[in-house]
Design a protein around this ligand. Structure first.
Ligand SMILES: [Zn+2]
Ligand SMILES: [Zn+2]
Length: 174
């Protein structure tokens, strides 16, 4: 679904979509959409701006990602409102304006408008946690034998050398 700036100049756009998995490419092989992504909201030009587009609405989707520690699939449900802004990529636009915190999530669009799929992908990626783990207490994979330690204790004794203690010992004997 594409929103042309020239249409937005006349009236705000609306969307109410139900995208099956595969409709949006997440460009991350560790990330999957499980079930439909539902999104509804509006797309409009910001009054008095030079072609700035505001997209706001609500997204709900169940994402799945490989856990960063144990590599098993973990669920990341998203069900929240969002608001994103896009500026046209144009020569000399907004030359070096001071960037305040709220502008950091400002995106850019190139050409005649924006594709809703791109906006939704961007929001989903923003909404996911930086560290994707299946649980706070995930024990991860044994560095010695590769066993998933959530499923079974492998009994390997990884000799963890704590450098701080080594340094203290050296000081004492020095
Ligand atoms: Zn895990
Ligand atoms: Zn092991």
């Amino acid at each position: 679904m594409f929103f042309h700036v020239r249409d937005l100049e006349v009236r705000a756009g609306r969307f109410d979509v139900d995208y099956p998995a595969g409709k949006i490419e997440y460009l991350d092989p560790k990330l999957r959409q499980a079930g439909d992504l539902k999104a509804a909201g509006t797309v409009e030009l910001v009054t008095g701006s030079l072609g700035e587009i505001r997209v706001q609405g609500h997204v709900s989707v169940r994402m799945q990602a490989d856990c960063d520690r144990c590599l098993e699939s973990a669920d990341f449900p998203i069900d929240s409102g969002f608001e994103l802004y896009y500026r046209p990529v144009a020569e000399g636009y907004g030359e070096e304006v001071a960037i305040d915190q709220s502008e950091l999530e400002m995106g850019f669009y190139d050409g005649e408008g924006i594709a809703l799929e791109d906006v939704l992908r961007e929001y989903v990626l923003l909404a996911l946690p930086m560290q994707r783990i299946c649980s706070e207490v995930c024990k991860g994979i044994c560095p010695v034998c590769g066993q998933n330690r959530n499923q079974k204790e492998c009994g390997c004794h990884a000799e963890a050398v704590d450098d701080r203690w080594e340094a203290l010992k050296n000081l004492g004997s020095g």
